[in-house]
Design a protein around this ligand. Structure first.
Ligand code: FO1
Length: 308
């Protein structure tokens, strides 16, 4: 098998990818991760979407939450709270160790892509996980006259604001990280994971060279719909698609990606949308897309990798 490249956000992507590493040889899998959610707390650089994928593939993720390290303690955060710092972003002790290491690498002038490679190596992750860029791109959530940092919207304010626009600050200057464009050009297949199209995949596409490579590639581009039965499997994707004027359906997701999409995997409950999606020139596979355990993830990964 030649290269498989995957565009990945957080939890939904991690669940598909934990199956994908059982289907595609790890050295053939390049995962391009969203860094628009990156945030700084206590002087530390946190890359939540890279970490969700890294911890999942390392087998140490907190399965219930889908993020953070399983069995982590929060002693440091508790002490920071006593010292008067904000603690709404729940950083566990082991998780903090990763952010300390990443920040140390970055302070030494090492790029985020290299820092991620080193962290993955130490945690035993064999697939290549690369940030979309080594430059700073920050997802900003616009709600009327408010402009919120991503984690402020997502965690602090619990996604309660109505999203009227999303801006990727810095995207116009950002360059793809090493290996990103090469992977998209050389891949036999590009997978768009079941992540939030607007919050998780769009930041990756906001880097013009990545979008251009995706449009140009000969790879077969397959997406898995994160919208099932008109609802997001996790998170606010359904509400955001609605408030930004997109149809909240598997069809709406296919339309969102239509510039470069060859094939879409939709859930059985959405099988009535097959013909409509096909009318966009996108092939459709209907399958059970719910991933409750590793077996589900492997089953879906096998379907995604064999679509044609
Ligand atoms: N998500 C939450 O809902 N609450 C948290 O306190 C939180 C902390 C956190 C710490 C490290 C990390 O890597 C991720 C964390 N997340 C938390 C998840 C994260 O905010 C989002 O899931 C992603 O940014 C969206 O994919």
């Amino acid at each position: 098998m030649t290269l498989v490249a995957a565009l990945a956000g957080g939890v939904g992507a991690a669940r598909l990818l934990r199956g994908m590493v059982h289907v595609v040889p790890s050295e053939k899998l390049v995962i391009i991760g969203n860094t628009g959610d990156d945030v700084e707390f206590y002087g530390l650089h946190i890359s939540p979407d890279l970490d969700i994928v890294m911890y999942t593939l390392a087998g140490i993720v907190d399965e219930n939450k889908g993020w953070g390290v399983s069995g982590d303690t929060f002693n440091c955060l508790e002490m920071l709270g006593k010292l008067g710092f904000e603690t709404w972003f729940k950083l566990g002790d082991k998780d903090l160790a990763v952010h300390i290491a990443r920040t140390k690498f970055l302070k030494e002038g090492i790029r985020l892509s290299e820092a991620t490679k080193r962290l993955c190596q130490k945690l035993g992750v064999k697939a290549k996980l690369v940030p979309m860029t080594d430059d700073r791109v920050s997802t900003k959530i616009i709600s009327g006259s408010l402009c919120l940092d991503f984690q402020e919207y997502f965690v602090k304010r619990k996604t309660e604001d109505t999203v009227t626009n999303v801006v990727f600050d810095g995207a116009d200057r950002a360059k793809p990280a090493p290996m990103v464009v090469e992977a998209l050009e050389e891949a036999e297949r590009v997978i768009i994971c079941p992540s939030n199209p607007i919050l998780s995949i769009s930041p990756i596409l906001s880097i013009s060279e990545i979008k251009a490579a995706l449009k140009k590639t000969d790879a077969y581009v397959v997406a898995v719909s994160p919208i099932v039965g008109g609802k997001a499997l996790k998170g606010p994707a359904d509400r955001i698609m609605a408030s930004m004027g997109f149809e909240v359906s598997a069809y709406g997701v296919a339309e969102f990606y239509r510039d470069f999409l060859d094939h879409m995997v939709i859930d059985e409950v959405d099988k009535h949308q097959k013909k409509r999606i096909e009318a966009l020139g996108v092939k459709v596979t209907v399958a059970n897309t719910i991933m409750k355990n590793l077996e589900d993830s492997v089953r879906l990964a096998k379907i995604v990798i064999s679509t044609k």
